[in-house]
Write a protein that binds this ligand. Structure first.
Ligand code: BTN
Length: 237
C-alpha cells in the first residue's frame, strides 16, 4: 500500500492539470490547492474554487488494470468519499458516475483524467462555504452540520480512504467496490434520462458494467454508457 505524499499549494490553475503534467509524481501523491484559477468539472464545465473554504485535490495512481476498466475507478472514488462522509454523520447519495449529493444538492464532484500510464482522480468538496449561486443547487459540510471543519483533517481522511479503496480496485476487487457504491447509489432500478452531447437515452438504469459503465434498458435494448449526465425521472417531474 503506497504512503500518501501531500503537496499543498496556495493556488493552482487546476490540481488535475498539475497532477497530469508534473513529471515524476509517485503513486499516492496528493496535489491540493487552497484555490484554483481554472478548476475543471466534468463535461467541460468550470468548478468554482474560491480560497479559504473548500477542498480541491487530485490523487495520482498508476493502475495495473487494463485501460478499458479504468472507468471503474470513478465509482470507487465516489463510494470512498461517500463512506468518509457517512463517518461524519452525513447521509450521502451517489449519482452515476460519481456526483455526491446530500438532500438533493451537490456536495462534491469527481473528475477522472489520465495521461499515459497515470490516472488522476480529482475531487472538489464543499466544506465551509455557506453561500452558493442558486443555479448550482449546491450544499456544504458546514451547511449540513452547522459548524466549521478543519480542511487539513478532512483532506487526510478523504484522500487516505480514496487511495486505499482505489488500490483495492486495482487488485481486481470490483465486486467489493461495487457493493460499496450500491450502498449509496440512487440511480439503479430507476427511470433515467442520460444526456450524451446532443443525444439522450431514456430508460431504466439496470446495472453497472465492469469498467463502471451504466447499463440502461430502453424497450428491451441495452445501452452501455461510458459517460453522460443522468437525470432521474422524479427529478425532472
Ligand atoms: C464535477 O462534478 O463536474 C467534477 C468536479 C471536479 C472538481 C475537482 S476540484 C480538484 C480537481 N481539479 C480540477 O480542476 N477539478 C477537480
Amino acid at each position: 500500500m503506497a504512503d500518501l505524499t501531500f503537496r499543498i499549494f496556495p493556488e493552482l490553475d487546476s490540481t488535475n492539470t498539475f497532477a497530469l503534467n508534473e513529471p515524476d509524481l509517485a503513486e499516492g501523491t496528493v496535489i491540493a490547492a487552497d484555490s484554483q484559477g481554472a478548476g475543471r468539472g466534468r463535461l467541460g464545465r468550470t468548478w468554482q474554487s474560491p480560497p479559504g473554504l473548500n477542498l480541491y485535490f487530485s490523487l495520482v495512481l498508476y493502475p495495473s488494470l487494463p485501460k478499458h476498466l479504468w472507468g471503474g475507478f470513478s465509482l470507487v472514488a465516489g463510494a470512498a468519499l461517500a463512506d468518509s462522509l457517512s463517518g461524519l454523520g452525513l447521509v450521502p447519495n451517489l449519482k452515476w458516475p460519481n456526483d455526491v449529493l446530500i438532500e438533493g444538492r451537490k456536495l462534491a464532484g469527481i473528475l477522472l483524467e489520465s495521461k499515459n500510464d497515470r490516472l488522476v482522480v480529482g475531487m472538489g468538496i464543499n466544506v465551509n462555504q455557506v453561500e452558493f449561486p442558486s443555479s448550482l443547487k449546491a450544499t456544504s459540510i458546514k451547511l449540513l452540520t452547522g459548524r466549521d471543519w478543519s480542511r487539513e483533517d478532512l483532506l487526510t481522511r478523504f484522500a487516505g480512504k480514496a487511495v486505499k479503496n482505489l488500490q483495492i480496485e486495482n487488485h481486481g476487487q470490483f465486486a467489493q467496490v461495487l457493493s460499496a457504491w450500491r450502498a449509496w447509489d440512487i440511480v439503479l432500478g430507476n427511470k433515467v434520462t442520460v444526456l450524451r452531447g446532443n443525444d439522450t437515452v431514456t430508460g431504466t438504469a439496470v446495472d453497472i458494467g465492469p469498467g463502471g459503465e451504466l447499463v440502461v434498458e430502453e424497450h428491451g435494448f441495452l445501452h452501455i454508457l461510458h459517460s453522460g449526465e443522468v437525470t432521474l425521472q422524479k427529478e425532472a417531474e
